[in-house]
Design a binder for this molecule. Structure first.
Ligand SMILES: [Mg+2]
Length: 291
């Protein structure tokens, strides 16, 4: 399976750019560069440096000197716990400024042409469409676009507005550029998809719990209402029975002329009083359960 890479511009992106750097001692890592390389390496990207070095064609340094510069750069990054898999450079330049004839030519390697990216892709089996270019110059973005990569342009602190079809994203810092790459990386996309699935599942669970709670509340209310009406109904029936028993006892006592009939009437009267008390008790119970 082919890999994805982040192609880094060198000067002004990973290390300070004094203008045609030609001394290893001038190498100075830019703030956040080591951290950026480390984080993207952890995300699964190859870090590859692609740099125009027309200083060689201009006679300001030779390839041996450039190697020393890169060795020091590697050492400094290694000391900071970071690194890159490869460095590609273009020593060529066209026109009269190229005083070293050997390097005077219009090369496809020189950014904004995509030669270095294509060469790296072929040699290192890198999937360019899954790869990124990060640089501080439009030339970097143009090379990236021509190679089919996504591009991030680092802007100066003044927040200049960039309007170029070759620039996919603008970042104010290396940390921001890393965040963009991570967000759009397969892992980042997976993480976002998982997060939204978890959020959806959470919402589903919350809805389900709310439904269950509502159901239980409704059921409780219904039970209470049913209890209430049942008690009330029983109370009303007992009340009517008490009234009937009272009338029956009253007439029995009036009609009956002997002591036995009077005793039976008193018994019926007591029974009706008992029923009345029972009905009252039921009404009180109904009122209590209503509260
Ligand atoms: Mg640059």
């Amino acid at each position: 399976m082919s890999k994805a890479a982040v192609f880094w511009d060198r000067d002004g992106t990973l290390i300070a750019d004094p203008g045609y750097l030609n001394d290893p001692d001038q190498v100075e890592l830019l703030p956040g560069a080591a951290e950026a390389l480390r984080r993207l390496s952890e995300t699964g990207y190859e870090n590859v440096v692609v740099t125009n070095q027309s200083g060689i064609a201009r006679g300001l340094l030779d390839e041996e000197r450039l190697k020393q510069i890169h060795d020091r750069m590697k050492r400094l990054f290694a000391d900071a716990g970071a690194g890159f898999e490869a460095i590609y450079y273009c020593p060529y330049l066209d026109g009269p400024e190229a005083v070293v004839e050997e390097y005077r030519k219009d090369s496809d390697l020189r950014k904004p042409k995509p030669g270095m990216l294509i060469q790296a892709s072929l040699e290192r089996k890198i999937d360019l469409t899954a790869s990124w270019v990060i640089g501080d110059s439009l030339r970097d973005a143009e090379a990236g676009r021509a190679a089919g990569c996504r591009t991030i342009l680092l802007t100066a602190a003044d927040g200049q507005i960039v309007n170029s079809p070759d620039v996919d994203f603008v970042a104010a810092s290396l940390a921001e550029a890393v965040e963009i790459v991570q967000k759009y990386s397969p892992q980042g996309q997976m993480r976002e998809a998982t997060a939204s699935m978890i959020a959806a599942a959470d919402q589903e669970t919350t809805n389900l719990l709310r439904d269950i709670l509502n159901f239980l509340r409704t059921a409780e209310r219904r039970t209470k209402e049913e209890d209430f009406s049942l008690i009330q109904l029983t109370g009303a029936i007992v009340q009517m029975l008490a009234l009937a028993a009272f009338i029956w006892a009253f007439f029995a006592m009036i009609r009956g002329g002997n002591a036995l009939a009077l005793l039976s009437g008193i018994q019926q009267l007591l029974f009706s009083i008992f029923l009345q008390l029972f009905a009252l008790a039921l009404f009180m119970l109904a009122r209590k359960s209503d509260r």
